[in-house]
Design a protein around this ligand. Sequence first.
Ligand SMILES: *Cc1c(COP(=O)(O)O)cnc(C)c1O
Length: 385
Amino acid sequence: MSKQKLGERTICTHTGAVEDPIFRGAVSPIYLSTSYDFIDQDPKRYPRYFNTPNQEFLSKKVAALEDAEAGILFSSGMAAISAVMLTLLKSGDHAVIQNDIYGGTRNFIESHFESYGIAYTFTKDLSSSSFESCIKENTKLIYVETPSNPLLKLVDLFAIAKLAKTHNIVTAIDNTFATPIIQKPLTLGIDIVIHSATKYFGGHSDISAGAVASSQAIIDQIWGLAKDFGGNLSDYSVWLLERSMKTLAIRVKAQQKNAKKIARFLEQNKAIKRVYYPGLASHENHQLAKIQMKGFGAMLSFELSNEHDTISFLKSLQLIKPSMSLAGVESTMILPAKTSHALLSEADRKAQGISDQLIRFSVGIESKKDLIFDIEQALENSKNN
Ligand SMILES: *Cc1c(COP(=O)(O)O)cnc(C)c1O
């Protein structure tokens, strides 16, 4: 292929395919071997070295999408996140962590950092000044996640990257909600991008995987730890993930197109108190979203008015599934107060703006009119007497 920079949909479709020189099939063959020739092969290939042919090649697709030099795939998002954190943070180090991050990430930090001798500070809010005020002499990592869950608040990535550089601190982002189709943090100066590939990369709610993209030097450093911790993805899943990622760009774009229209529909509906979507002018970070994102994503949250019961609303849905997780081609809704944020005290939830009436909506690729119809009929069937 020519030297010109490939378009995103071309990268999704072609980059990182494993060639089939013998049969010249159209799709990548799966190499399931766990044993490779060591005499004439360099590097030595082994699944846990993250370098079977399928792993090695699919990580090139992830890297290309994130404008990164290199990538590495994991068996889950948390395997990726924990590998990044434990690579960068050693006993005696300190990390600055965004206050509202994925529950599993928070739990990892709060449950294990102390036993590793790693100190941390959660920011007060998502402002750059809040991050700055948490920096200490021994801070080695600033960790962000934007848009955040479930209120889709944004962190100013360019400002955080600049702040970190002046203090010689490495930055990492969980880019799961945005995907590289909507946000490319490395181009804004962030050092490491992490994905739960269980979400949009997989996109069909049937793969557990994680991915990291960064400079070759940082990926090599992460590899040094990851190969000892294990946590590589099976080649069956790598192959399935490659197949899924071919449609990443078109899926995400179709989903965000639906989300934008549904956010407007919800905002005008009397049964909805409030809608949180970065694409709405009413969202606190709408201006920043226009600058650092290409589109506004396909995740939104809304608060049902008190005249409606959330459980009967969710049970009345016929098309949209009330189910955990997110980012599949099918639309799903959850109650953050009863799931991701159930472990917080009611006061903490309130402080974070997560009410019992709040519903998070992962918008799928269905026909928009059918989604709207489903919401309307569920609203009709969930009125309190
Ligand atoms: C799901 C998720 C994770 C964790 O990914 P797993 O694949 O479940 O380990 C991390 N960050 C975000 C934003 C997520 O949505």
